[in-house]
Write a protein that binds this ligand. Structure first.
Ligand code: GDP
Length: 757
């Protein structure tokens, strides 16, 4: 079967084109590096079926990132019948940089000028025929998103694949043209090397892979270096080659582009929005406000603050005590997230009540206990948060797909580069809001290995979907039991705390054990897009599937185990609910409990206090387990609640509070501890594989334990004795001062590429 490879910059629309060609439904997003894995599919609408291989998104064929090496080796070794180079037409000059390198390989190449709909919409034009002539390879205009021009592209690619092609270069006017030619002749003369032009250029750049492969030719280049000087770049041949490419591109290809008809220098809509959203000072506050709005819509009991302002219309107040109030609120108006939560919660409550009624008397007491309290109690405690989790992810997907999340990385890059961290590292971190596992894999785009290790370590602090039930249930219980705060403000603060912990610890690492240079990060800000409904639904569907699958496998199994070890003593005798303090689980919990005294959920709690420690430990299997464990144990802790009733998350936490006497600061410390400690097994396994170094992996586990312990302690201590905050603030200020002083010499080589249109 014919093989066509898709190559292009991150964000050029490769995934979208791949999906259009192969009909597969892969995730489509705005973050560079989404397509790290190799994806294959089949295109069937040409003369014969064609296998399509999606290469990772790359900016160049240099050997600095795994993506670049994968793509380069694939094209050189597997020799596809045609390379479809997908080019973002709204960012033409930047994208053609890769094209000029692909052209040097002896393989048929065709340029797919993507996002033509966007160019036209902005009033721009591209003379594709002229571009084709200048490049010397076929060009086809397409819009992967709208599915326009695909057939023509594939027909042209099919035709191209039938004619062998010799590599050509745009470096003919470069100061190094002669040298390249000489090296090429030497390589070709040896008779053993395919693609002599490509290898010659790379060798002249002193590309590490080529130097390794052709040691015998290095002397020739060194000799040339000795007699060569360049005013700007000295003898840095890599820089000279890169510069020659850019010069050629801007001299020859800018004429194919007709800028929008607006006055010269006029800003596109995207640029105007960016002026505000990526503003030097306002960028971060705006991000925090947007994040808060998301949390408010998902978790707030009082959406418009009508209740807080005492401004509830009469008609609403008169609904008090009705079904309407239970669902939508009457003393206030609930947010969409809370309304969805109420609907699901009330139906699940009905199911477990009905089941308890049916089983009672019909089967043994312990069986009712296992099914109703143990299994349903645990599962429902977690499942009841599903609507809010999905809603939060819907908002995150909208922010991601619209292109806003890329801006967040841009805003953060500007500041954190000074501290040894690039915006590129923030992309995987932000992905961590979804799940740590793909986020850790995504760190492969980071070239500096210390930056990569530091990033993998802090990814779990970007609270993932599985930690959401912990946040929501405890925040809800704090509001319900102590009457303080708002659930949305508490959950939001905890997210921000996670981000802050990540930033502080990563800065500490980058300035101590994990030092390293920050490579220049050329970031593309894709034009803002209206998110596609289909993509959003695909994201949600993925999330839903994953969550439900986990609930009925890992979490279900854990709740059963927890129920058994909490209802049997060391001598394997069955214990009734009231006696679970003598169970195996209680024994283990009580043994470790004193360790958590500085965090507020240790020895200061009464005889039931071990439940918090036990819950945190079950969270290592899957984070949802923390609340599932509360759900399973809730019915046994009878203080103030009727037993034999499966309780959803918030109620079961309230019950733990009443039974153990835990305080608000200790609850907050408990959330923070769970957010920043060792993540779930699956994430730990991923970290281990990605770090691929035993020492680093063990240090990482220790790092998670220490961080969570310190963060939990700080929260508990400040929350209990507010004046200690001055001590902590002084310590942090001192640390920041020392770091800044230490980093004065670091330059800020940030460059933002302007869009071509
Ligand atoms: P990849 O990183 O190269 O795989 O790029 P994606 O396929 O994820 O696309 C990046 C963004 O560009 C997504 O938001 C797409 O919806 C959008 N996009 C892709 N192709 C087109 C197109 O032809 N026109 C427009 N307007 N947007 C596109």
């Amino acid at each position: 079967m014919l093989k066509f490879a898709l190559a292009g910059n991150p964000n050029s629309g490769k995934t979208t084109l791949f999906n259009t060609l192969t009909g597969s439904t892969a995730h489509v997003g705005n973050w560079p590096g989404v397509t790290v894995d190799k994806k294959e599919g089949v295109y069937k609408k040409c003369g014969e079926p064609i296998s399509i291989i999606d290469l990772p998104g790359i900016y160049s064929l240099s050997p600095y990132t795994p993506e670049e090496i994968i793509s380069r080796n694939y094209i050189l070794d597997e020799k596809p019948d045609c390379v479809i180079n997908i080019v973002d037409a709204t960012n033409l000059e930047r994208n053609l940089y890769l094209t000029t390198q692909l052209m040097e390989i002896d393989v048929p190449v065709i340029v797919a000028l993507n996002m033509m709909d966007e160019v036209t919409r902005c009033g721009g034009k591209i003379d594709a025929a002229k571009l084709e002539k200048k490049l010397g390879i076929p060009v086809a205009e397409v819009s992967a998103l709208k599915g326009a021009g695909i057939k023509v592209l594939m027909d042209k690619a099919y035709a191209a694949s039938k004619t062998p092609r010799k590599g050509s270069t745009v470096l003919k006017d470069s100061a190094l043209a002669h040298l390249i030619n000489d090296v090429k002749i030497a390589l070709a003369g040896s008779g053993k090397v395919d693609n002599p032009l490509f290898h010659a250029v790379k060798l002249v750049e002193m590309d590490s892979l080529e130097v390794e492969a052709h040691k015998e030719l290095v002397q020739m280049i060194d000799d040339f270096k000795a007699i060569f000087t360049d005013n700007t770049f000295g003898a840095d041949f890599e820089a000279i080659v890169a510069d020659s490419r850019y010069q050629y591109i801007s001299k020859n290809f800018s004429c194919v582009l007709t800028k929008p008809t607006k006055a010269e220098g006029a800003l596109t809509k995207s640029d105007k929005v960016d002026r505000v959203l990526t503003h030097k000072w306002w960028g971060i506050p705006i991000f925090l406000v947007i994040l808060f709005a998301v949390f408010h819509l998902t978790f707030s009991e009082d959406l418009l603050y009508l209740g807080a302002m005492g401004a509830i219309p009469e008609t609403f107040v008169s609904l008090e005590g009705t079904f309407y109030e239970g669902m939508f609120g009457a003393g206030s108006i609930h947010s969409p997230g809370v309304i969805l939560f109420n609907f699901l919660d009330s139906s699940m409550g009905g199911v477990s009540e009905a089941l308890a009624g049916a089983m009672e008397g019909a089967v043994a007491d312990w069986a009712t206990g296992l099914v109703v309290d143990g299994v349903l109690g645990g599962l429902f405690a977690v499942l009841s948060f599903l609507p809010q989790i999905l809603l939060l992810f819907l908002f995150f997907s909208i922010l991601e797909d619209s292109g806003y999340m890329a801006r967040v990385a841009f805003i953060l890059d500007r500041i954190f580069r000074r501290f040894g961290l690039s915006g590129r590292a923030f992309m995987p971190m932000i992905m961590g809001f979804g799940c740590s596992i793909p986020a850790m894999i995504n760190t492969r785009t980071l070239a500096d290995s210390n930056e990569r290790t530091a990033t993998i370590r802090v990814i779990p602090f970007f609270s993932c979907g599985a930690k959401l039930p912990i946040l929501t249930a405890i925040a809800g219980a704090i509001v319900m039991n102590f009457g303080v705060g708002n659930a949305d403000i508490i959950t939001y603060s905890m997210y921000v705390l996670g981000i802050a912990t990540a930033i502080v610890t990563v800065l500490l690492m980058r300035n101590t054990t994990m030092r390293g240079e920050v490579p220049p990060f050329i970031m593309e800000l894709p034009a803002y897009h209206a998110p596609q409904f289909k993509n959003l639904m695909l994201h949600l569907w993925d999330k839903l599937k994953h969550f439900v699958k986990k609930a009925f496998t890992i979490i279900l199994a854990s709740t059963i185990v927890i129920w058994f070890v909490s209802h049997f003593s060391w001598g394997w005798n069955y214990l009734p609910d009231a006696a679970i303090n003598e169970s195996i689980l209680a024994g283990l919990g009580q043994f470790v409990q004193p360790l958590f005294t500085p965090l507020g959920f240790g020895s200061q709690l009464n005889a039931w206090g071990w439940v918090f420690v036990v819950a945190a430990v079950t969270g290592l299997i899957a984070k949802e387990n923390v609340i599932a464990t509360f759900g399973t144990l809730a019915a046994c802790i009878t203080a103030g609640f009727a037993a034999d009733e499966a309780l959803e998350g918030i109620d079961s936490v309230v019950q733990m509070i009443t039974a153990t006497g835990i305080t608000v600061p200790a609850l907050l410390a408990f959330i923070a501890f769970n957010m920043t400690t060792i993540p779930c097994f699956a994430a730990v396994a991923t970290a281990k594989a990605e770090l691929n170094d035993k020492k680093k992996y063990h240090a990482t586990l220790l790092f998670w334990i220490v961080t969570s312990y310190v963060v939990g302690t700080i929260i508990y201590v400040i929350g209990s004795w507010w004046w200690t905050s001055f001590l902590f603030a002084a310590a942090i200020a001192l640390a920041v001062f020392l770091i800044i002083r230490n980093n004065k010499h670091r330059k800020c080589p940030f460059r933002k590429y302007k869009k071509g249109v």
